[in-house]
Design a protein around this ligand. Structure first.
Ligand SMILES: [Zn+2]
Length: 269
């Protein structure tokens, strides 16, 4: 599932392509991907200009000039492609937003969605989210304050979007690996020095992943050399049985409350 770096990568690539552009056509091939009657959706969205694309946690927000917002969550298996009918991927398209000859294709939206809200309702929808992991305002002080008197396993807590917004299964493992802390450990057993390390690892891992375009498998447009660059740079996630790059031990896969977790049994304490 795309996490903060993947969605922020999309946002950065999307804005120069569609901000200020008018949506000339809307095609809905799967009614379940949207939250209102398809005719209403099309009538509200077509002929509107995209003001800007923002991100909150793992969501993207497409702000339209009529004050409406398209709220995207790709969930498991969802992705996007921007291009022409000639170079589009040979996949089922659930929703297509057209900008003249170029189109934004939403693919693999089974659990994912593109919902239509007004500005007020979209804020309500997202009000449960915790602080943005990469925002400068999310300081070490704020992080330590958040961890104060919290219980539960680190991995579970990092995945909790009400706790911190944007981290998922892959980056929670990568962050704990970078910090040298086992994902299974309980928050109450982690002292201030390790909490501080966890904070710096969170910022470092997410920024580094973003710099390399995140881990999405498919390019966002023809000639896109950035998206997915982090795929080969993950150090523990999906690397069961491979050697740890830090100490040479074998990477282990386990389950923590039904979520798989990857870690090094030797250099993560
Ligand atoms: Zn190791």
């Amino acid at each position: 599932m795309p996490e903060l770096p993947e969605m922020e990568n999309y946002r950065r690539l999307l804005n120069p392509k569609i901000a200020g552009q008018t949506i000339t056509q809307v095609e809905i091939n799967r009614d379940k991907s949207i939250n209102v009657n398809p005719t209403l959706f099309i009538n509200t969205v077509a002929n509107q200009q995209i003001v800007t694309v923002n991100r909150r946690g793992k969501h993207l927000l497409f702000h339209l000039d009529n004050g409406q917002v398209l709220l995207l969550h790709l969930m498991l298996g969802g992705w996007m492609y921007f291009g022409t009918e000639e170079d589009k991927p040979k996949r089922t398209i659930q929703v297509r937003l057209s900008f003249g000859n170029h189109h934004l294709y939403f693919i693999g939206l089974r659990l994912g969605y593109l919902h239509l809200y007004n500005e007020q309702d979209v804020q309500k929808e997202l009000s449960f989210l915790g602080p943005e992991a990469l925002e400068p305002q999310f300081t070490l002080q704020a992080f330590l304050h958040l961890l104060h008197n919290r219980r539960g396993k680190i991995k579970t807590k990092l995945l909790d979007q009400e706790f911190i917004a944007g981290i998922g299964n892959c980056y929670s493992d990568e962050i704990c690996y970078h910090a040298g802390i086992k994902t299974q450990r309980s928050l109450e057993d982690i002292g201030a020095p390790e909490q501080t390390q966890l904070y710096h690892s969170m910022k470092h891992v997410l920024q580094n992943a973003l710099k390399h375009g995140g881990y999405m498998e498919n390019p966002f447009f023809q000639g896109d050399n950035l998206t997915g660059g982090y795929n080969n740079l993950c150090l523990v996630y999906d690397r069961e049985g491979e050697k740890c790059k830090r100490c040479g031990s074998k990477i282990i896969k386990e389950k923590i409350s039904s979520r798989k977790t990857f870690f090094c049994p030797n250099c993560q304490k």
